[in-house]
Ligand binder design. Structure first.
Ligand code: 1HE
Length: 265
């Protein structure tokens, strides 16, 4: 008797390449995009393996929520060593996003909670739809953040607010969270992906060395001491300026062929 072929498990993350933009989607809507080990590893692989032609990426979630965080069904009785390894695996994966080759815009909707918020914090720009809500239920689940949240979130929203969220289980809605630093934009429900793509296209149009300086040098300067910051800044600005691309862009402005800086709606 021949065995019936095993049904192929759906992939937890999918990547679509649209010209210079990669669109990476969390694809476990039936589990609210909970981050299983497989999903975290798939995210890492997606961002590490972007084709060289890609210059910016958008990260979003299928279904009604961006991500419900850690897949709690996998939180078995791991020993201390396994738990440390697990957290370090998340750190490695999210570093592949934050310190990867291209800037990443995340589009947030519905639940952006626990590890889902840690993931959003590893992206460079956050666009929230009005439906987005943020929480760190680790406090209520008897655990602690493990995906770099204690490193990244205090830089976005302050250690005090993160502590309050974890101590009390507070849930912030997109619009009240926006002025607190959770996202860079709030848009109407259903319009997040279009906004994310629009921003990613703008980012892809920047000079490559500027984007490199922004995602690799700026956060390190912000984390480090002033003297090292000034040195890295001087080196980075000289390297960026030395590129033909920068020279052409400056000439274009001086010859009145480039746009002026002006506020837009
Ligand atoms: C899950 C998960 C999950 C949903 N792990 N399976 N995260 C949390 O504590 C958040 C837990 N989830 C929720 O509060 C809610 O599910 C949501 C607000 C996100 C969505 O609610 P809803 O009504 O749309 O969906 P649901 O009915 O609660 O869930 C649908 C299914 O997804 C259901 O499974 P089913 O088999 O019964 O259909 C849920 O069990 C499943 N599901 N969320 C596993 N998180 C590196 S450390 C990071 C630490 C953390 O992230 S802790 C925070 C964990």
């Amino acid at each position: 008797m021949t065995a019936a072929p095993l049904a192929k498990a759906p992939k937890p993350v999918s990547t679509r390449i649209d010209g210079e933009i990669a669109v990476v989607r969390l694809d476990r809507p039936q589990k609210r995009n909970a981050l299983s080990d497989e999903a975290v590893l798939a995210l890492e692989a997606a961002f590490r393996n972007l084709p060289q032609t890609v210059k910016a990426a958008v990260l979003h979630g299928a279904g009604e929520h961006f991500s419900a965080g850690l897949d709690l069904s996998e939180l078995a009785d791991a020993g201390l060593n396994e738990a440390i390894d697990h957290s370090r695996m998340w750190h490695r994966a999210f570093e592949a996003i934050e310190f990867g080759r291209v800037p990443v815009v995340s589009v947030l909707h519905g639940a952006v909670v626990g590890g889902g918020l840690e993931l959003a914090a590893a992206t460079h720009i956050r666009v929230a739809e009005k439906s987005a809500f943020y929480a760190l239920p680790e406090g209520q689940r008897g655990i602690f953040v493990g995906g770099g949240g204690s490193v990244r979130l205090p830089r976005l929203i302050g250690a005090s607010r993160m502590m309050e969220m974890m101590l009390t289980g507070r849930v912030y809605r997109a619009e009240e969270a926006y002025p607190l630093g959770f996202s860079h934009y709030v848009v109407t429900d259903g319009e997040g992906l279009a906004k994310g793509l629009d921003l990613a296209r703008k980012i892809a149009g920047n000079a490559g060395r500027t984007n490199f300086a922004l995602i690799q040098a700026l956060p390190r300067i912000a984390d480090g001491d002033r003297a090292s910051g000034y040195l890295i800044e001087a080196l980075m600005s000289a390297i960026a300026q030395d590129d033909e691309e920068a020279k052409a862009r400056m000439r274009a402005f001086l010859e009145k062929r480039a746009g002026k800086v002006a506020p837009k709606d």
